[in-house]
Design a protein around this ligand. Structure first.
Ligand code: ADP
Length: 207
């Protein structure tokens, strides 16, 4: 089972991806999480990507495609995987076709007006990378590993607007790309996480 999640920043891709992967026993591949790990560890790739990420831009297609190509060959991907945050450009989607075929692209649709609020309440764990929202979780340490929570640099208001505009320019065209291939399913993401999850599960079960 090979899935792609599409949707603007703040649509809830990461939250839903984690649950779907657990439920169906497939690997969760988040290019954003992979890049943040590289930055935390101070690798060459992490250091090279940092400025672009913090400005809300996109890391170069070559770097990202290379990263994903290696990742999908790891043993935990044998049962399938869910790509969260990749592809983000037409060039990445075309490269993915050369790497593997995809069974379904799920587009989590959320109106633009809701996104900024959602993102500005987001908190991340500095230890394990788990995500939280202040409307539901008010502690300042992670309930999974105990490490302190922080606000992602690219979640600050001045960067969020840029990320949304980069999404509109570069990533939104992928909705048509997958629709034209008959692989697209739309889900209304402007509901409770439980309702959204139930819809996505039903779609994936229909594959
Ligand atoms: P979001 O909350 O917008 O889904 P992610 O955690 O997926 O954000 O990604 C954070 C940042 O990492 C992006 O704004 C971008 O700079 C970089 N990034 C992640 N995935 C990709 C990709 N496929 N191509 C280029 N840049 C990426």
């Amino acid at each position: 089972m090979k899935l792609v999640f599409l949707g603007p920043p703040g649509a809830g891709k990461g939250t839903q991806a984690e649950k779907i992967c657990e439920y169906f026993g497939i690997a969760h591949i988040s290019t954003g999480d992979m890049l943040r790990r590289e930055m935390r560890e101070g690798t060459e790739l992490g250091n090279a990507a940092k400025a672009v990420i913090e400005a809300g831009g996109l890391v170069s297609d070559d770097i990202i495609i290379g990263m994903v190509k290696n990742r999908v060959n790891e043993p935990d991907c044998e049962n399938g995987f869910l790509l969260d945050g990749f592809p983000r450009t037409i060039a990445q989607a075309e490269a993915l076709e050369g790497i593997t075929a995809v069974d379904m692209a799920v587009n989590i649709d959320v109106p633009a007006g809701v996104l900024v609020d959602r993102i500005s309440g987001r908190r991340m764990c500095s230890g394990c990378g788990a995500g939280y929202h202040i409307s539901k979780y008010t502690r300042d340490t992670c309930e999974k590993c105990g490490a302190p929570l922080y606000i992602r640099d690219d979640d600050k208001p001045e960067t969020v607007l840029n990320r949304i505009s980069v999404y509109n320019d570069k990533t939104q065209p992928l909705i048509d790309f997958y629709d034209n291939k008959g692989l697209l399913k739309n889900v209304d993401g402007n509901r409770t996480p439980e309702e959204v999850l139930a819809d996505i599960k039903a779609l994936v079960e229909s594959i």
